[in-house]
Design a protein around this ligand. Structure first.
Ligand code: 16G
Length: 246
């Protein structure tokens, strides 16, 4: 691993410092969520101007490899969760597969009449009862996403009273207790900035990156059942798909 800078190299010094930091992250020398040496320490170590180090750190921060905790220092960012897009899975399944402990904070749980738009999407009459469940989803206590889901109350009476969604999986309850078999979903992903509340709940910087997902999930018989709007933390997720040639 590079420990000295090469003043003769065509590569600018700040780029060489970036390489040094990235190499240390990849080699595990700078562990995830660990503080890296300060600007001053790095500038002394390499015998360069502090501004050179600052430029390297700023660019790595912008690219999502590092984050700054004001008054504390600069830390390495944990690798993103890779998620396949082809499978219809629940948050609990996705995270459990990775050995993460799932928990949720309930933000809203109530029965509400469908608006005209919701009724159109879920193919029910306007005013039909929908369960609204909004949760902050955590993996090993780290906030990952805010999910707001609406689904047909007529199919699953008493679901909010009978279950503790701070720890239970909605998809599992639907399957085990209500015989609801979810078959497929249409999902879109858009980029946007976090609102103030989202930044606070997800513990990300103000205006942090959000991957906004809209999911319409169908049950057996091809009936729309769930309409979910989710705000996933852009810095903690990466979505993958396999593309086949036409
Ligand atoms: C997923 C779904 C969400 C669903 C939830 C159920 C997206 C992108 N994903 O995260 O629609 O309500 O799983 O999770 O919206 P659970 O079974 O763990 O409660």
């Amino acid at each position: 691993m590079q420990t000295k800078l090469d003043a003769e190299s065509a590569k600018p010094l700040y780029e060489q410092i970036k390489d040094y930091i990235l190499d240390n992250i990849h080699a595990g020398v700078f562990a995830p969520d660990a503080r890296i040496p300060s600007e001053r320490a790095l500038s002394e170590q390499f015998g360069v101007n502090r501004l050179t180090v600052k430029k390297a750190i700023d660019e790595l921060t912008q690219a999502g490899h590092l984050y700054v905790q004001i008054g504390k220092g600069t830390y390495t960012r944990r690798a993103k969760f890779d998620q396949q897009l082809e499978q219809l899975t629940s948050f609990t399944t996705d995270m459990s597969r990775r050995g993460q402990r799932v928990s949720s904070v309930i933000l809203r749980a109530e029965i509400l009449p469908a608006t005209v738009e919701e009724a159109r999407i879920l193919q029910v009459a306007p005013g039909a009862n929908l369960v609204l469940l909004e949760r902050l989803r955590l993996a090993n206590r780290v906030p990952m996403a805010i999910e707001q889901t609406r689904f047909l109350a007529s199919r699953c009476g008493g679901i909010l009273e009978g279950h503790d969604f701070t720890r239970e999986s909605l998809y599992q309850v639907l399957r085990d207790d209500y015989d609801i078999v979810l078959t497929h979903a249409e999902q879109s992903i858009e980029a946007r900035l976090a609102t103030r509340d989202e930044s606070r709940l997800l513990q990300i910087e103000p205006n942090g990156a959000i991957l906004h997902m809209t999911r319409l999930t169908y049950m057996l018989g091809d009936f729309p059942f769930e309409y979910a709007l989710s705000a996933y933390c852009g810095m903690r997720y990466k979505f993958n798909a396999i593309l086949r040639h036409l």
